[in-house]
Design a protein around this ligand. Structure first.
Ligand SMILES: [Zn+2]
Length: 448
């Protein structure tokens, strides 16, 4: 391990498990390449790779490029490919965008935000509390007298499934938790969250080889699908720990795509929103005029249920919802259907089926984006709603806006986001929060 002093100096670190092949000795690299300094430290069973990085996430890509050149130098010294894969993920994956398949969280389960995010927020002076449905709140009271309450909400649940019936042959019928399109389900891996741990399976249907020509021309509907965990009987399924009512989540690996600023994984709806809230709160200036509530709501995908209870907990003066938006620049969508562009910056939702934003708050968002040179897009969603739908109707009404991070292929195993959109959304959110002093909030709330 590093000495206390070294640990203090090294801001970022992580551990990777290794097999026996790893050399039985301590190696410490302290290398300076073109002005960037790296420190690596390994032991037998685990490798600790510590990188002396700046906190500025924008710089991470530059660091990765430097590391690539470092790789050739260190390769002879048993630095395995696996380590580099981890470094790559570490550098590119903003810790604030929870990403890996370990982070499952649908209506009934919750494993997000990650423990380290909670720990970090606590260190920054936030109190972390929960309500009885499971939504989480990071609260920082303002020192200002009669400060206003600003609620920043994003939902932490993802779309998933639930075990509905186990057949005598050991096949599992399922129901959906949240909106799924039948076409994206077949042959996808899922994990059943049982009391004994995860049980992996695949979504199957009658194989095409055995379908009549008539059947083959039709799309397979969900009720004809099942989950196969490799069991041969219901006893097998029971032995694996699966029970009816168990939640099921998509299995999907976080992947950095060819453009290293694009990330692919499940559940960016709405982990990206949670990430924006956590990032903004963790990097805000120390003093701010409001009492801030960063809220990760549950059960949004099954009908904004977590938002309903959490708005009671907060009783906000103003609310900003952080969501994933649907990127409209994919084949088959006309600009008048959706004009939101991937990598075009955050979007401001002007209309959805259950909420119209407060116009003064809308204008504050537009002006703030302009002033800070943040690209801002506009979006509407006629068939759908967000947590804002119940939050803006709390008590006597709460001025609310929804900001979205453009995302491709949401509600599937593989959604894609662009790093610039994430960073711009964080920047915009922080700038808006700083503007919302008591007077401004009062003005926005007033309809005189
Ligand atoms: Zn969502």
């Amino acid at each position: 391990m590093f000495s206390k002093e070294e640990s203090r100096i090294l801001r970022h670190e992580f551990w990777t498990s290794f097999g026996k092949s790893f050399p039985r000795k301590w190696i410490l690299y302290d290398t300076k390449i073109k002005g960037f300094s790296f420190k690596f430290h390994f032991d037998t069973k685990q490798a600790l790779v510590a990188l002396d990085l700046e906190d500025d996430l924008e710089n991470r890509i530059k660091y990765w490029e430097k590391l690539q050149s470092l790789k050739t130098i260190l390769k002879e010294d048993y630095l395995s490919e696996a380590v580099f894969e981890d470094i790559k993920e570490y550098l590119y994956t903003p810790s604030k965008i929870p990403s890996t398949q370990q982070n499952h969280s649908i209506a009934q389960t919750r494993s997000f935000p990650q423990k380290k995010d909670v720990k970090n927020l606590k260190k920054l002076g936030f109190k972390v509390i929960k309500d009885n449905l499971g939504s989480m709140f990071a609260v920082k009271k303002s020192k200002t007298k009669n400060a206003r309450k600003v609620m920043l909400a994003a939902h932490m649940d993802e779309v998933g499934f639930m075990v509905k019936h186990i057949s005598s042959g050991g096949y599992i019928r399922f129901t959906t938790l949240g909106g799924w399109w039948d076409q994206v389900l077949l042959s996808q891996r899922v994990a059943i969250k049982t009391r004994k741990g995860d049980v992996i399976g695949v979504i199957g249907a009658k194989p095409p080889h055995l379908l009549s020509p008539e059947e083959r021309n039709k799309v397979v509907v969900r009720k004809n699908m099942y989950i196969d965990i490799g069991a041969t009987s219901d006893k097998d399924v029971e032995k694996a720990g699966v029970r009816v009512g168990d939640p099921i989540v998509p299995v999907s690996e976080f992947t950095i795509l060819a453009n290293p600023k694009t990330y692919m994984c499940k559940a960016f709806d709405d982990r990206v929103g949670c990430g924006v809230v956590i990032s903004a709160l963790s990097t805000l200036k120390k003093s701010h005029p409001n009492t801030l509530y960063g809220v990760a709501t549950v059960q949004e995908e099954v009908g904004v249920r977590g938002a309903t209870t959490s708005v009671d907990m907060v009783d906000p003066d103003i609310a900003i919802i952080l969501e994933s938006d649907i990127a409209g620049d994919v084949p088959g969508i006309k600009p008048d259907e959706s004009s939101t562009k991937f990598a075009g910056g955050p979007s401001l939702l002007l209309y959805d089926a259950r909420m119209i934003p407060n116009l003064k708050l809308r204008d504050l968002v537009i002006d703030t984006a302009k002033k800070n040179k943040i690209p801002l897009q506009f979006t509407t969603m006629e068939g759908g709603a967000t947590d804002g739908s119940v939050i803006h109707l709390h008590k006597y009404g709460v001025p609310t806006v929804v900001l979205g991070v453009p995302s491709r292929h949401i509600h599937s195993h593989n959604s894609i986001i662009h790093r610039d959109d994430f960073d711009y959304t964080v920047k915009l959110l922080k700038a808006i929060i700083q503007k919302l002093d008591k007077k401004t909030v009062q003005e926005i709330k007033s309809f005189r």
